[in-house]
Design a binder for this molecule. Sequence first.
Ligand code: NAD
Length: 499
Amino acid sequence: MIARPPLAEEKLEMLIGGRWTAAASGDYFESFDPFTGKPWALVPRAGVADADQAIEAAAEAFRGAWRTMTATARGQLLCRFADLVAEEAETLAVLETRDNGKLINEMRMQCRYIPQWFRFFGGLADKIEGRVIPIDKPGVFNYTRREPLGVVTAITPWNSPLMLATWKLAPALAAGNTVVWKPSEFSSVSAIAFAKLFEKAGFPKGVVNLVTGFGSEIGDRLVTHPAVAKVAFTGGDATGRRVYQSAAGGLKKVTLELGGKSANIVFADAKMEAAVPGLVSGIFAATGQTCIAGSRALVQRSVYDEVAEKLVAFARTARIGDPLDPETQVGPITTEPQRRKVLDYIDIARSEGASQLLGGKAPDDPAIASGWFVEPTIFGNVAQSMRIAREEVFGPVLSIIPFEDEEEAIAIANDSIYGLAAGVWTQDLGRAIRMPERLEAGSVWVNMYRATSYLSPFGGYKQSGFGRENGRTAIDEYLQEKSVWIDAGNSIPAPFVQR
Ligand code: NAD
């Protein structure tokens, strides 16, 4: 078991223009440990003046040393940063677990994996090439340059704080942009430790700025400031809509990674010994607090009873407890309001007539009574019309929905405003090919679930957002193309005719 140090009295600082600083107002807010339910760190509460300073520092860095650094040197910096993250992975993982309550095993896996993003995108930095166009005008040389956008604001959620920030920061920096990063107010501590590594790696001042604070207080300014060229956002769809509207005023470029209500579909021909743990891992592994949670289990009617029974038996054995204990399988919910929201959804599901098969309340165990826990909860015979099947709960609540055949599975799965991910469990090769074609989701896993990689694009269909993170093409989201025309023939222009 990892020791849990007492409340850090030290007041943490944020990074603006290469300077570690408190908020201009001198205000702080408490960050809570979801397992103890108590504050454990003091984080600067940035205001609009701090946001402005960070954006101005990023704009200055973009015009300065960062702009003139060679792409190779930029890539090497990203790789140096990757090495530092690898060295500090354990420390970062423990900070993440204390701040957001997610399992230490999961945060370790993420923190050990993050360096690959910086190496991959660092490697791409000097492979950003333009094209020579065989232009249809004699004597004219036409080529393209792919250039950075400028200042990128990265706004990130609490559920996988460093991993989701990495998905933005690595390609944005590799492309030559500068960044102002606002982590969630519920998970700023690991972000501060991460930002220190950018400084240690030798990034020029102002290239990476970290502003900690509340989205409701500084979010709007971070989006609308005239010097911001692009906003890369991950979070809930209501916030995403608001960010998109604010960004429209200044015609900013935006990418949005939003919520989901993903279907994890089990056909009667599936290998049940894989499908059942697959359903469990899709929803309970991160206490349901993942955008790709397979929160709707669609199960073919002929195996419905068998799957429901096995699922309940399996989920019942999940060990609930301290997320810093590597043996724990289900940790707390990250915030108290979020826990209340999850319990409210459980009440709604009951009142809508769903049959509760497991859980449905906070655990009785007095050893974990101070933490923000909800038991793994399963509802059976859920209809797609119920709110529990349509709205994102973001907690350990699984709805099982029966279906007859492939057509009905597709219809139910696609009957959602969201389209982030889907899972299919089948041994039928044709079906394994047909289903991904017809599912309206940015990621589809067949006989597996919840895998992501720096090599493969990730993003939403429909109201799960737009733009892609990860994979080669993610860097294009942070570049713009310029067309350059040169008259190599010394011709004298005809002034009143378009050439
Ligand atoms: P949230 O929308 O409440 O907050 C996300 C971020 O937005 C935070 O940093 C917050 O401070 C900031 N914010 C809040 N109001 C703002 C405003 N007016 N302007 C600008 N920024 C503002 O989301 P959350 O509760 O932190 O995270 C959970 C949500 O994130 C879930 O809906 C989940 O599905 C989604 N999510 C999506 C992905 C994905 O890749 N698609 C990944 C993880 C989480």
